[in-house]
Design a protein around this ligand. Sequence first.
Ligand code: PLP
Length: 367
Amino acid sequence: MKVPYNYLPYEFCDVEEIIDEWRVLIKTTEFTIGRYVTSFENKFASYLGVSHCVATNNGTDALILALKSLGIGSGDEVITVTNTFYATVGAIVAVGAKPVFVDSDDRYQIDAAKVSSAITDNTKAVIPVHWAGASPNIHKIQEICSSAGIYMVEDACMGIGATLNGKRAGTFGKVNAFSMHPLKSLNVMGDGGMVVTNDDEIATWIRKYRNHGMSDRNHIDFWGVNMRLQPLQAVVASRGLDEIEGVVKKRNLNAEILDIGLSDLGSNVTIPERKKGFVETYALYMALFDQRECLREHLTKHGIETRIHYPIPLHLQAAAKSLHYKVGDFPVSERQAQQLITIPVHQYIDDQQLGYTIGKIHEFYKQ
Ligand SMILES: *Cc1c(COP(=O)(O)O)cnc(C)c1O
């Protein structure tokens, strides 16, 4: 049996309706911003329950825009977690600020209890990441940020469809970022992103900066850039948003089957706590496994594709050299990096494939 990690061939096996919509779009020749992008922005805003959504060409740019819109730049420090996708930190560096890392907790999320001690006089923001589509203790981090007088910027790139006690991920911070990369819960056929905020002034600035700083065709208010979402992708994203609840529901059902099936393996397998009242997107289904490399080989041999997110925590990457971190600085992340496996949990995996995966993991530890 095959248990594929990549779901895109299934998701996009029938694209006739999308292509039909594209034909109409192409006739309008509205290839930059225009009604398709605006209508998706409005739809996303009402889905989240926020005032402003500005669509960008990817999640990295959404993060850069978020930080820039808050005036964060050279000389500033921004706190984030050491196990996230490169772009969280890349965005901090791209605006000229200095990334400051915090360890993860047992749920692979930024450890809220360790945020306060990372704050200095230069700290301007904390970026909690909804890593894997689960959520950190946003409420606690929000409290810390407001009492320190700094911003919270959520990296909700994997979190479209996640909720915390009924409120959507990416609606807590001052300005927040989402991605619609093919491997996120809501995905397009290429790149896409979104910045969201409830602040009118910030939204106006973001909208202009994304589009060269233009107030109209012949006038610019300041120097901006081009970070616009492609209308062709807005069509795909809009359809994806119609499906997102079903996708997240199926992923949650699959994750629950894996959680239960792997719960009797004692100390060989550690499944993270599933917080009551939090809905995860399961962009990634991760757990800690003893003898990781051998287990992965066993699973690969039996047609089960897995990944590791990621084998090297960010503070130990060559890119982080000038920050002078060392092995042992973030022991929780470092241990997780050595034991994590990401298992297919997507909406095209059925009960049989899940049972097969669970069976093969049991088989390995019985040997
Ligand atoms: C994917 C991702 C990003 C970057 O999004 P892109 O659309 O690929 O630029 C940033 N942060 C996290 C946590 C992500 O998962």
